[in-house]
Design a protein around this ligand. Structure first.
Ligand code: PLP
Length: 430
């Protein structure tokens, strides 16, 4: 595959942008590649500047649940842009999107829009701290909640890939209130709660982790967290930036039937435009300025473009509930297909799938937390990634990311992918 134009652009970009990229995982360095420079995308396909086509399983890291260039969203964008781009004032779509989110999500009385998932989790933590008048928070090893200081501790995603779970530039003082527990290990949470019975403001979790590969929480673990938060009066925050409106219309909360006190969103709710949101119980959200004393603001928060596309997409998802069944079917189809190949080839790897999220872990260890994720082979993943890449199948260039399925992916395309996975597994085996 020819990547000449991408190479030339990358060389130029490195002059002006650190590492040539605006987010580390895009560097492809992890798989010893140069970044791919995109020209355009359509449906399930993405086309680079060299004219190569790829079946895209990155899907903009989650937002493109309908695939690329969906007419509903393209037409909606044109329509809203013609009216004006940004006002920094209220628009009807803000109310519409907030209502859609509150109606969709268990226990969500009010929601505040922000501009990214990072802002959503950072703000939710501040509100939980202000509401409880406590400082400490609990997060889980391998979970990523964006790059704000107090949450950049033992995170997943890029931070995990690059082996710098706690980044330089984050003072010790900023993370001294962040306590890290083991995913799916309720005893580790209980221990911390017992040690600091009056100090834990919030417990934040990805209910299905997507940033150490796909690792689902056990339902009993999440129920246990709910009970511990009730007992110790801590705020339970579900980070649904990936899972919100993807796992189910009502996110992981609906999927598990568990109601958190607060939840954070991003990705799908902006249909591909920069967005985030946090919300929860009225009692908590009433503390947010200007209702209450806890300050949080944003020049472009609730911007008209993202709000309009968000309302179009959520309205669509709400009225097409079969889409979730179909996405889960496709996920299951891919999972069972890969498992069959693994069995045929005598390979002991693990396939995790939850709805339209899937990860193949290159380890013979059963995985339920970050400790086991760390046993995966990066070298095997690199071989696997490269073989698929050369065959025009684009996975996230990291073993710790999910494969995202969209409505645009067809069973025929998945059959093609399974054929090529067979090839890739043969190479991994050598
Ligand atoms: N939370 C989760 C679960 C995420 O996966 C991400 C990003 O991938 C974030 C938060 C941060 O979102 P953003 O990249 O929009 O800041």
């Amino acid at each position: 595959m020819n990547h000449q134009k991408s190479e030339a652009l990358f060389a130029k970009a490195c002059r002006y942008i650190p590492g040539g990229v605006n987010s580390p995982v895009r560097a492809f360095a992890n798989v010893k590649e140069i970044p791919l420079f995109v020209d355009h995308a359509d449906g399930a396909y993405l086309y680079d500047v060299d004219g190569n086509a790829y079946l895209d399983f990155i899907c903009s890291w989650g937002p493109m649940i309908l695939g690329h260039n969906h007419p509903l969203l393209v037409n909606g964008m044109e329509e809203v842009m013609r009216k004006g781009i940004s006002y920094g004032l209220c628009t009807p779509d803000e109310e519409h999107l907030a209502k859609l989110i509150c109606d969709a999500y268990r226990g969500m009385d009010m929601v505040r829009m922000v501009n990214s998932g990072t802002e959503a989790t950072m703000s939710a933590i501040r509100i939980a701290r202000g509401y409880t008048k406590r400082n400490k928070i609990i997060k889980f090893e391998g979970c990523y909640h964006g790059h704000s200081d107090c949450l950049l501790v033992k995170s997943g995603s890029g931070a995990l890939t690059f082996g710098t779970p706690t980044s330089p530039g984050v003072p010790e003082d900023m993370v001294k209130h962040t306590l890290v527990c083991r995913y799916n290990d309720l005893a580790s949470v209980k221990e911390v709660m017992e040690q600091y019975p009056d100090d834990i403001a919030a417990v934040i979790i990805e209910p299905v982790a997507g940033n150490m590969g796909v690792v689902g929480a056990n339902a009993s673990f999440l129920k246990g967290l709910r009970a511990l938060c009730d007992e110790y009066h801590s705020v339970l925050i579900f980070d649904e930036v990936i899972t919100g409106f993807r796992l189910a219309y009502g996110g992981a909360a609906q999927y598990y039937g568990i109601t958190p006190d607060m939840a954070c969103f991003g990705k799908i709710i902006g249909a591909g435009l920069p967005v985030g949101a946090y919300g929860g119980k009225k009692e908590i959200m009433s503390c947010v300025s200007p209702c209450g004393p806890i300050y949080q603001a944003g020049t472009l928060s609730g911007n008209p473009l993202a709000m309009h596309l968000g309302t179009l997409l959520l309205d669509y998802l709400k009225t097409h509930p079969h889409l979730y069944t179909e996405l889960a079917d496709k996920g299951h189809y891919l999972k069972t297909g890969i498992e069959k190949l693994l069995q045929e080839k005598g390979l002991p790897f693990q396939v995790h799938q939850c709805g339209s999220l899937l990860t193949l872990f290159f380890t013979d260890t059963a995985i339920s937390s970050y400790d086991e994720v760390k046993t995966c082979s990066q070298d095997m993943f690199t071989t696997y990634f490269h073989t698929l890449y050369e065959e025009g199948i684009l996975l996230a260039p990291s073993p710790y990311e999910a494969m995202f399925l969209s409505d645009a992916h067809t069973k025929e395309q998945l059959d093609y992918v399974l054929d090529k996975i067979a090839l890739a597994l043969d190479k991994v085996k050598r």
